[in-house]
Design a protein around this ligand. Structure first.
Ligand SMILES: [Zn+2]
Length: 71
């Protein structure tokens, strides 16, 4: 049985698929993608931008911002 670390190393850090799939030269022609918007991420990034606009990008807390959805 493979260890979790070994399994994680087999995954592409960019797309999360197994490297054997996304980095196979044939994938250039067999994989396809479409774009979509994650609105949860978009709204959380907008909230964090509002915070840095109001409090300053140089504020020490700016690098520790988190956001959560309030739905
Ligand atoms: Zn990949």
């Amino acid at each position: 049985m493979r260890s979790l670390a070994e399994y994680e190393r087999s995954l592409c850090p960019l797309c999360g698929l197994p490297r054997s799939i996304c980095q196979d030269p044939k994938a250039e022609l067999t994989l396809h993608a479409e774009t979509s918007v994650c609105w949860a991420t978009a709204h959380m990034q907008q909230a964090m931008k509002r915070w840095t606009d109001a409090n300053g990008r140089d504020n020490p807390a700016a690098n520790a911002l988190t956001a959560h959805l309030t739905c």
